[in-house]
Design a protein. Structure first.
Lengths: 530, 42
């Protein structure tokens, strides 16, 4: 493949594309969020709603987003603003769809703003593991104090202020901007070719280490890896008869495959017209599942049960994924021979998972600034870096006031489902499933079973509507009305909302500017054939 | 969660089914990717 394709960049190799797409999907959620969700929602029985969501939501939406992206890329569009319009049949509806595509820029950049900060914790803890900074803290509450004082939520003997957190935040930000400033082949693709194999090697070493642990303390025979796997996998069928695990599974599939972020669309826009997406899309999805179910499910929870026992692991899991990753795991590493090395491997693994995803989340904004605003890659990277810095500061400073959680719900959870629903409706119902099916199979190396044509057209949209409705009732309305939130946090939560609204307004304004410049046109279905 | 029982038969069935499905699809995908890659090269 050439480096440039009609003035736009292209992937240098198919392997590079698969690894970059896998890097986009494989994130912190694979190793921290998945095992906690599984343990809390029925253990092995959680796999039923999980695989149902994978087959009815995840993989179909993956093919839809790849198709929209590859098609948009042929017209010079790397985001939904432009790519959505090309699915429409009339020029007036194309304009509306292109403005709707603003969400495909604002949602991922909002996501990247807070994700970048979480990613910086993994980099910090990689260094703390090598230097042994948290070594000596063997009590879980003290380890939570260590984490919270690092985050600036309290002052302890470990950290006097937020200086260390800021240093790692700035380093992470600078690394992201540097990678984004390189070409697709030299930046994103090269990162994926280094980070993904390293991540899998580290993950497999950790899996082998965990499986061979047996019973670390012979005085406590019930605390074993064997029981840890039981904790995660023994099915509790009573749980899957209610809605909670089904919603949790669908949410996990969205989060883990990076569907609805718009970043898959941007990556696919760098493909050639006749380049296979059916097999390549499936390959990246299953690579992500390998990382999540086989690697992610075999490290944190089994090792936590082996060292803390089932009851305490339940409490840890209920405390959330960060509690497991940043408070429980550092204690475990201290009890292992070569603990500093295994600790560093765990956090470097998380950092690589994080940075390949955060770079992907920034790529829709990068592509828009380059293709539609005609900025150079370096200029675009500096603008994106400035947005991550300015909007990231309140996330760092107001973490204790729920600023990050508020963004996580609206951008990282609700926003993804809304954006995915727009994508599937435009693709299957406006563009048309007959055309859509042909688009997915353009240059395909496999024939997708025809049942998926029906699933994409009917099942996936209905599933998404049901999901939005259930979330709206269960979480959306209480969060929207800020029920149960401390009075002191309310101005900060409004601040987070206004910031996300501001990002969307700026995206709409930029699309209007692109129309004026003539870099977005109301191209419709008939403008791009075969 | 029946954690005190160790990995019971149900858990083992789910673990093997999930791992088996993922490994089988992974092998299928990468085999096809490599074969089409080699075919294109030839």
């Amino acid at each position: 493949m050439s480096d440039l394709q009609d003035g736009r960049e292209a992937w240098a190799s198919r392997l590079g594309l698969i690894l970059a797409m896998a890097g986009n999907a494989i994130g912190l959620g694979n190793f921290l969020r998945f095992p906690v969700q599984a343990a809390q929602n029925g253990g092995g029985a959680f796999m039923i709603p999980y695989f149902v969501a994978l087959l009815l939501l995840g993989i179909p939406l993956m093919w839809v987003e790849w198709s929209i992206g590859r098609r948009g890329g042929q017209l010079g569009y790397g985001t939904a603003a432009g790519a959505f319009g090309a699915l429409m049949k009339s020029r007036s509806s194309a304009k509306f769809a292109n403005y709707l595509g603003a969400l495909g820029i604002s949602i991922p950049i909002a996501f990247a703003i807070y994700y970048n900060y979480i990613e910086s914790w993994t980099l910090a803890y990689s260094v703390f593991s090598v230097t042994g900074k948290y070594f000596g803290i063997l009590d879980r509450n003290q380890m939570v104090d260590f984490l919270q004082s690092f985050q600036g939520l309290k002052i302890t003997e470990y950290f006097a202020g937020m200086g260390t957190a800021f240093v790692f935040f700035f380093i992470t930000l600078a690394l992201n901007v540097w990678i984004l400033s390189q070409s697709v082949a030299q930046g994103i693709e090269r990162l994926a070719k280094i980070a993904m194999p390293t991540l899998f090697i580290f993950a497999l070493i950790l899996v082998v280490r965990v499986i061979t642990l047996g019973t670390p303390n012979p005085d406590l025979p019930e605390n074993s890896v064997y029981n840890g796997f039981g904790f995660l996998w023994n099915p509790d069928f009573s749980q899957i008869t209610n809605a909670k695990p089904w919603l949790a599974a669908a949410g996990q599939i969205f989060f883990t495959l990076s569907i609805g972020t718009g970043s898959i669309l941007t990556y696919a826009s760098y493909m050639k017209r006749k380049e296979d997406l059916a097999l390549t899309g499936l390959t990246t999805s299953i690579t992500n599942e390998f990382a999540e179910v086989i690697c992610g499910g075999s490290i944190a929870i089994p090792v936590a049960v082996a060292f803390f026992g089932a009851a305490e692991t339940t409490a840890i899991a209920q405390g959330g994924a960060f509690n497991l990753g940043f408070a429980a795991m550092p204690i475990i590493f201290q009890k292992l021979p070569l603990g500093q090395m295994f600790g560093a491997m765990w956090f470097v693994l998380l950092f690589f998972a994080g940075i390949t995803s955060s770079v992907a989340l920034c790529s829709p904004a990068m592509s828009f600034l380059q293709d539609q605003m005609k900025m150079s890659r370096k200029q675009a990277a500096l603008v994106v870096g400035a947005v991550l810095l300015v909007c990231g500061l309140p996330v760092v400073l107001f973490l204790g006031h729920g600023f990050l959680d508020e963004m996580d719900f609206w951008a990282g959870t609700f926003g993804l489902v809304v954006f995915a629903m727009i994508e599937v409706i435009l693709f299957a119902w406006i563009f048309g499933m007959k055309r859509g099916w042909a688009e997915i199979h353009e240059g395909a190396d496999i024939q997708i079973p025809r049942i998926f044509k029906f699933i994409i057209q009917y099942i996936t949209p209905v599933y998404l509507i049901g999901l939005l409705f259930a979330w709206g009732v269960q979480d959306g309305i209480p969060i929207l009305l800020m029920k149960g939130k401390p009075e002191a946090d309310i101005p900060y939560l409004w601040g987070a909302r206004l910031m996300m609204l501001g990002l969307t307004v700026v995206s709409v304004w930029l699309i209007a500017r692109a129309y004026k410049r003539g870099t977005i046109r109301d191209e419709v279905v008939s403008d791009l054939r075969g | 969660m029946e954690s005190q029982l160790g990995l019971n038969a149900g858990g083992l069935v789910f673990l093997i089914a999930a791992w088996g499905f993922i490994l089988a699809v992974t092998l299928f995908c990468f085999k096809r990717v490599l074969s089409t890659h080699n075919r294109n090269k030839a």
